[in-house]
Design a protein around this ligand. Structure first.
Ligand SMILES: NC(=O)c1ccc[n+]([C@@H]2O[C@H](COP(=O)([O-])OP(=O)(O)OC[C@H]3O[C@@H](n4cnc5c(N)ncnc54)[C@H](OP(=O)(O)O)[C@@H]3O)[C@@H](O)[C@H]2O)c1
Length: 172
């Protein structure tokens, strides 16, 4: 199973500002988000991110949309939503058992951190947008004294101001 993080980040590495309004995201980020979701057919996100996207902007109507939450009895916005409080290991096992060979983790910080901490992420795609945030959410948190080495697989300039960095994580 190949697990990929796909995130937009400010040029100083934050994935959200304190206003929490996504007006800094490029069209190209949105297109990449849809493309990787459709390709993998297995999308993992946290409940806070789901609450931003549901019901109108969830990226896939079929396949598996896994949402981490402690409230697993909540009413899902559509039939492919799976609310779960299982561990990252179990989630990946279950996706593999459903026949998925790839999964994309689309945020936010808590969810990305849980999968990185569990050593379950193979690749990370960062869409670096032309903005600096004084405050906001980091890409990772609460992973004490961890360092992850990356290998650069690809760099793409998506428009005049936005760059996409594609890395593999080498030491998980
Ligand atoms: N830049 C980007 O590409 C990007 C992408 C996505 C999101 N974001 C931003 O990221 C922010 C959200 O990030 P976040 O870290 O606050 O939230 P998140 O990871 O989206 O969701 C956090 C929630 O997920 C559930 N959760 C997390 N770990 C869990 C576990 N081990 N077991 C069960 N449930 C678990 C909990 O929900 P319950 O409280 O329901 O239990 C928790 O409150 C938003 O501001 C959003 O705009 C940015």
């Amino acid at each position: 199973m190949r697990t990929i993080i796909y995130l937009a980040a400010s040029a100083n590495g934050l994935i959200s500002n304190n206003r929490n309004v996504p007006d800094w995201l490029s069209q190209e980020y949105g297109e990449g988000f849809m493309a990787i979701s459709l390709r993998t057919q297995a999308v993992i996100m946290g409940k806070t991110t789901y609450n931003v996207l549901a019901p109108d902007y969830l990226p896939i109507k079929e396949g598996s949309l896994v949402v981490l939450t402690h409230n697993t009895m909540a009413e899902p916005a559509q039939s492919n939503v799976l609310f779960t409080d299982d561990s990252p290991e179990k989630i990946i096992e279950q996706l593999a058992a459903r026949g998925h060979t790839e999964a994309v983790i689309i945020g936010g910080t808590q969810t990305v951190s849980a999968f990185v901490k569990a050593g379950l992420v193979n690749e990370i795609i960062l869409v670096v947008e032309p903005v600096l945030f004084g405050n906001g959410l980091p890409l990772l948190k609460d992973i004490e004294e961890a360092e992850y080495k990356l290998s650069l697989l690809e760099v793409n300039k998506l428009n005049n101001n936005t760059v996409q960095l594609h890395y593999s994580i080498t030491n998980n």
